[in-house]
Design a protein around this ligand. Structure first.
Ligand SMILES: C[S@@+](CC[C@H](N)C(=O)[O-])C[C@H]1O[C@@H](n2cnc3c(N)ncnc32)[C@H](O)[C@@H]1O
Length: 214
């Protein structure tokens, strides 16, 4: 076993809690090649959601509802999660898994393109926002999402290292990954220099952006 793998296994043993439904979802996602959040990044997401547990949360990119369930599980009392999904197939899968979870009453899955569904929410509505959508949509969604985040609210963004590609010279990137890599790089410049955000990049999973709104 390599040193990194051994370290991750050690962290997993110490910090990750077993949940049969989440375990089933992880296996389903692996079998169907559906990209869901890495377990360690999901632990950070849950921890951040706990800091904002009394506030409503928003997610862009539901897939099968894995990260949605992880966020909603830590929300308190009347706080809810709204999660946006544009694929009808994923929307149906998410509804099925969420219905089997203990937090179905805390999650609303909204079907449609985020750019079209976001305007229905009011500015500063959310204490936590998680962005995990198509990379081409990251830049256009940044300003609307910052507007929806409360001051002191937390924003997380997945895939900012994009399988190691964001740091590679273009010549070393597979041609099929080049345009998405450029989208992520462009987003990173905006996100890490945003005047309303104090953002850091955690080398967890596929690179997790973590920001607080000033
Ligand atoms: C990486 S997956 C989300 C994984 C999920 N957050 C998790 O960790 O369990 C991305 C999902 O976002 C959806 N998506 C991508 N761009 C979107 C957009 N602009 N609006 C709404 N949904 C989007 C895709 O259909 C896909 O199901």
């Amino acid at each position: 076993m390599e040193e990194t793998e051994r370290t991750l296994a050690y962290i997993e043993r110490l910090t990750l809690r077993e949940n049969p439904l989440l375990h089933e979802m992880e296996q389903f996602a692996a079998e169907q090649r559906i990209p869901i959040l890495d377990k360690h990044a999901a632990a950070v997401l849950e921890w951040a959601a706990l800091l904002k547990a009394d506030c409503n949360a928003l997610e862009v990119g539901t897939a099968i509802g894995y990260s949605s369930i992880r966020i909603a599980t830590v929300l308190h009392g009347g706080a809810n999660l709204i999660t946006l999904e544009k694929s009808s197939e994923s929307y149906i899968s998410a509804q099925k898994y969420i219905a089997r979870s203990s937090v179905a009453d805390k999650i609303s899955v909204v079907f449609g393109e985020a750019a079209e569904t976001l305007p229905r929410f009011l500015p500063e509505s959310f204490g936590l926002i998680f962005l995990d959508a198509d990379k081409k949509d990251y830049c256009p969604l940044l300003e609307p999402l910052v507007t929806l985040l409360q001051p002191g609210g937390i924003m997380l963004v997945d895939n900012l290292l994009w399988h190691g590609n964001t740091v590679k010279p273009d010549e070393e990137i597979q041609p099929s990954w080049l345009s998405s890599t450029r989208f992520v790089r462009e987003f990173n410049e905006l996100f890490f220099n945003h005047p309303r955000l104090h953002a850091i990049l955690l080398p967890v999973g596929d690179g997790l952006g973590l920001a607080i709104k000033k």
